[in-house]
Design a protein around this ligand. Structure first.
Ligand code: MEV
Length: 427
């Protein structure tokens, strides 16, 4: 069913239209949407303002992983995620490393990139001369847009012309390097690029013998110069795991990570586990998880093969496990000043700078990866997963507290199975 002017309908009219066209006028469907409306009118209006055509709110659990020691500070980290075992796994890993020095981090760069993508059908040397001639003018043209950012020690750090004609006929980039302080900087970057592109297009007319066409101007979500490294390490003997000898455990762990470095099928799942931790904090702090995901996966493939983002090694009697990932995060701008829960998250994290948030997020990614590999090489992943899954199944069956107890005791030493659960609860 198509409609013109859907966005102009009121929220109720939108729902009525959906009910009559897709949901057999089932008023139960309206109730489902309405039960998630917030009673606080102003708060609901705030949320409605975030996107076009909102008709309800979609809850995700907002949870806390405590005991994270990151660069000697202790954090209770907010996580927004629907997957049942993730927060438990992060908390367990945080606790495990808390008496072994915790997580240490290092920022290797905070430079962000953006590009003017253009076609030029004249000679490369002529375009190079043109760019050299106008490069300082470009800096001048964008200067007014940089004023505020410069106060925060950000701004455009470099502009270069890159010849891409070997990849695509007539294709060049003008690459801008940015520092965006505590902002993710998307609006800042895109405004600068568009302003500069307009200037370049103007100057090209009548100056260049060939035709210059600006195709598009946009930030890149691939930022290999905005990278953070998180690491945990300990003496192998401190890896006291009930299931196996510490040395054997360390070797098996390193092998598991090596498999993910060499083998793409495993690398994707391995990195997905890392992103469980990263995305959950990125969401809780109002950052753009799609940008983070896209950038992280591109970084994982930077060698030409998609590989694990983490590395593990044994050096003499030391076990060292680390993660390197590009993270372009903001702690001001965007949703950070608007969404009450995002503000709460940032307060809880002691209002970190963007760099500090990079350190926290990377540590969560590493913790999650540690927890996953730990489960995989010991009892298997299903044990922990199923404990939480059992909870969901019990909810689904509307189990009473007694039934819950009975089921938890029954599955304490068995794999959870829905039919078996229904059988023992007589449901
Ligand atoms: C599940 O969400 C994530 C894992 O599959 C990650 C991994 O296999 O490393 C457990």
């Amino acid at each position: 069913m198509q409609i013109n002017g859907f966005s102009k309908l009121s929220k109720n009219e939108k729902i009525t239209w959906l009910l009559s066209n897709y949901l057999n006028n089932n008023e139960e469907s309206r109730k489902i949407l309405e039960q998630y409306w917030n009673n606080d009118k102003a708060l609901q209006e705030l949320h409605d303002g975030f996107v076009e055509n909102p008709i309800s709110n979609f809850y995700l659990p907002y949870a806390i992983a405590p005991n994270f020691i990151i660069d000697q500070e202790v954090y209770a980290v907010p996580m927004v995620i629907e997957e049942s075992s993730v927060v438990a796994a992060a908390s367990k890993a945080a606790k495990f490393w808390s008496d072994k020095g915790g997580f240490t981090t290092e920022i290797t760069g905070t430079t962000k990139l953006g590009h003017i993508h253009l076609l030029y059908n004249g000679t490369t040397s002529e375009l190079i001369d043109f760019f050299r001639k106008y490069r300082s003018d470009i800096f001048q043209v964008i200067a007014p847009l940089e004023e505020n950012m410069k106060k925060r020690k950000g701004g455009v750090k470099d502009i270069n012309l890159i010849d891409k004609t070997s990849q695509l006929k007539d294709y060049y980039q003008i690459e801008f390097k940015f520092e965006t302080a505590n902002a993710m900087g998307a609006n800042f970057i895109n405004s600068i690029l568009e302003e500069a592109a307009e200037f370049i297009q103007q100057k090209a007319r009548g100056t260049l013998s060939g035709e210059l066409q600006i195709v598009m101007s946009i930030l890149s979500n691939y930022n290999p110069e905005c990278v953070v490294k998180a690491e945990v390490s300990c003496n192998i003997s401190a890896l006291t795991i009930p299931e196996m000898d510490a040395g054997e455990y360390a070797r098996k762990f390193v092998t598991a990570v090596q498999i993910a470095r060499e083998e793409t099928y495993r690398a994707v799942t391995h990195n997905k586990g890392i992103m469980n931790g990263i995305d959950a904090v990125v969401l809780a702090t109002g950052n753009d998880f799609r940008a983070i995901e896209a950038g992280a996966h591109a970084y994982a493939a930077r060698s030409g093969q998609y590989r694990s983002l983490s590395q593990a090694k044994i050096e003499e009697d030391k076990f060292i496990f680390s993660l390197e990932v590009p993270l372009t995060l903001g702690t001001i701008g965007g949703l950070t000043g608007l969404h009450p829960l995002v503000k709460f998250s940032l307060n809880l994290l002691q209002n970190p700078s963007a760099e500090k948030l990079m350190r926290i997020v990377a540590s969560l990614g590493l913790a999650q990866n540690f927890a996953a590999i730990n489960s995989l090489i010991t009892g298997g992943i299903q044990k922990g997963h199923m404990k939480m899954h059992l909870n969901n199944l019990l909810q689904l069956l509307q189990a009473t507290p007694d039934e819950r107890q009975k089921a938890i005791a029954y599955f304490a030493d068995k794999k959870v199975n829905f039919n078996e659960l229904k059988r023992i609860l007589d449901k």
